[in-house]
Each structure stands twice: as C-alpha cells, then as structure tokens.
Ligand binder design. Structure first.
Ligand code: NAD
Ligand code: AKB
Length: 313
C-alpha cells in the first residue's frame, strides 16, 4: 500500500465478537464504501454495511472478492477459538492454518497488508505467571498450537516473501455488543450479561483463576494503530504481546457486586479450567508500548462501569 492510497478493506470472520466492533470502527474512520465485511455465516440482524458470504477455505471465492473490490488491507479474524477448538481439533487446525495460508498466498500475489491476530494461548504451563514477548511457546491446546504456528508462518512470509503482515497477541477480550464465540475467557463476558439481566451466574473457572484481559475498545485501538505503523518500525510480525489487565475471577465478581449488590455468582470449574490454567496470569507488553506507543485506556473499574451501563441500556 502506498502512502496516501485510499484504503479498500476486507474483514474475514466479521460477524464475530471482534469483527462487528472492528467494522464499526473501520467504517467510522474510512467510510462504509471502503469496507467489505465477510463471514461464513450471514449477519443475524439488520445491517448497514457491505457484506459478502465467504468461507476462508474457499480460495477461489476469496481471490474473486479481493480482486473485484480492489482490496489493499485484510483483517483476518476468521478462526475457531480455544474451547470449540478442543472439541474439534481437526477443524480448528484446518480453519486457523489453511485460512491463514490462503490470506498469505493471496497477499503474496496482490500485495495487500494483513492483520492476523494471535493470542495469549500461544503460551503453555511452563511460562509461569508473567508472559514476556520472548517467553517459550509450548501451548497445550490445539488453538494455541495454531496461533503459535500462525505466528511462525507470518514471520516466514514476511522475511521470505516480503508480505506486510501484522499481529497482536490479544488477551481475553471483554465486550458487550456481541457474545464471545467459544473461548476460555468467555466467562469474563458472560458474567456481565447475567449480572445485568438480574440472574445468577455459574462461572466455569475457579475463583483464583487469573488471566490477562482487556476491554474491547483498547483491542480495537491497538488493531487500528498497528495497521498504521510504518513497516520499518515493526520488529515483530507474528504477534506483539500487549499490556493487559490482571484480575482473578473472584475479583471480577466482587467488582461487579460493588455496582450490582444483588448479583450472585458461584464457581464450578469445568473442562475449560485446564486451558485457563495453561495460560499466563499477565502479559508484559513493553515492546508494543515502546515501539509503537500502545497504552491501555481502561482499567478494571472503568471496564466494569461501561459494561454494566451499556448492557443496562
Ligand atoms: P469469534 O468466534 O467471535 O468470530 C470468529 C468468526 O469467524 C465467526 O463469526 C465465524 O462465523 C467465522 N468463521 C469461522 N469459520 C470460518 C470460515 N471457514 N470462513 C469464514 N469465517 C469463518 O472470534 P473473535 O473473538 O471475533 O476472534 C477473532 C480473532 O481474534 C481470532 O483469530 C481469535 O483467535 C482472535 N482472538 C480473540 C480473542 C477474544 O478474546 N475474542 C482473544 C485472542 C485472540
Ligand atoms: C479464547 O479464550 O480462546 C480466546 C483467546 C484468549 O484467544 N478468548
């Protein structure tokens, strides 16, 4: 993409938790005519953006949409997340890896810039409490395996073929517009939906579970920001660690209860506890902070206030 060139943006997996929010932010910045939302499933509600049905495994259709719309940036969000991925590891590998390979090969041919998110799931139990950028990647979920391999293949296509790909290791993302799509960190979203609907919540991880988390607006800000950084300033292509919030499931419950005193939550861990236990408690995002100036706007208190106010509307 040349400097000053008009953005022509395609988003894959755009009907998911991140996609629908990213579409709004991209439309606000670049205008609705320049954004094409795609997904394997149709939008559930009325919508006012350009939408094309696209299975990212269908490379021919993918190429057609890229060419017809003169796309010069792809935000590749289509994926299977951790909990769904452990139920169907083969599908997880196929969609996460073959889908990414299709985007990379198309970018090699048509020279568009790619955003492809990684995850804190690249880390495994050997990392301990704080994950550094350079901490070992020994994931114990298939989802984590695909994210780790995805980072390596991104670095490979960048260094060998010059593909301009950028990535972030998102922590668990907390948002209110769309329910999350089958991950381990989903409890931190579900709890708000139950609390604001005056229902009790049974949390599927233990009270002490502590995972890196972030409010969605900070994740969208990081995503838009990294796509604007001049290429030569980026030292990492697979996925930057981000600074993140750090609280236990019990601390989250207590913070919500301060604002909604009648809310009750019990903790009954299920199979997802094992995936949560394999991930770090915190991330060190100092390279993203120093290289391209990323900073969080939301802490636990402001996140809880905005989640509750938005869901109560
Ligand atoms: P999501 O599950 O909410 O959305 C994924 C979307 O991909 C869905 O709308 C689904 O229909 C679509 N999809 C699935 N298979 C497809 C296919 N073959 N072709 C086209 N579309 C397909 O996920 P999300 O939370 O929006 O995550 C987006 C990306 O961010 C993923 O790469 C995920 O690994 C990453 N990520 C998310 C989080 C988080 O907390 N939400 C954290 C870390 C990383
Ligand atoms: C999941 O829990 O699978 C995702 C993630 C942290 O990648 N939210």
């Amino acid at each position: 993409m040349g400097a000053g060139e008009e953005r022509r943006i395609l988003v894959t997996g755009a009907m998911g938790q991140i996609g629908l929010e990213l579409i709004d932010a991209l439309i606000a910045k670049f205008g609705s005519d320049n954004i094409i939302a795609t997904d394997i499933r149709e939008p559930e509600n009325d919508y006012d953006f350009n939408f094309e049905k696209l299975d990212v495994l269908n490379k021919q259709n993918f190429e057609q949409i890229i060419v017809q719309n003169k796309i010069n940036q792809v935000y590749h969000l289509a994926a299977i997340l951790s909990a769904t991925g452990e139920k169907n590891p083969e599908l997880c590998w196929k969609i996460n890896m073959d889908g990414l390979l299709n985007v990379l090969e198309l970018s090699r041919k048509y020279k568009f810039r790619i955003f492809a998110p990684s995850s804190i799931a690249v880390f495994g139990p050997d990392v301990g409490k704080i994950a550094l950028q350079s901490s070992p990647q020994n994931p114990t979920t298939m989802y984590g395996v695909t994210k780790s391999a995805g980072e390596q293949i991104a670095e490979y296509y960048h260094s060998v073929h010059g593909v301009d790909i950028r990535g972030l290791r998102y922590p668990g993302l907390i948002s209110w517009k769309v329910l999350p799509g089958g991950g381990t960190t989903d409890y931190a979203v579900e709890i708000f939906h139950k609390a604001t609907a005056s229902q009790n919540y049974t949390c599927f991880v233990s009270e002490e579970t502590r995972l890196p988390m972030m409010y969605m607006d900070d994740a969208i800000k990081a995503t838009m920001q990294i796509m604007d950084v001049p290429s030569e300033k980026l030292s990492i292509r697979g996925g930057y660690n981000l600074p993140s919030l750090n609280f236990s499931a019990l601390e989250l419950y207590e913070k919500i209860k301060q604002k909604l005193p009648n809310f009750n939550c019990q903790f009954v861990p299920d199979h997802r506890q094992e995936y949560a236990d394999s991930w770090p408690d915190q991330t060190d995002g100092s390279i993203a902070e120093s290289e391209w100036g990323f900073q969080l706007d939301y802490d636990l208190d402001s996140l809880c206030s905005i989640m509750i106010a938005s869901l109560q509307k």
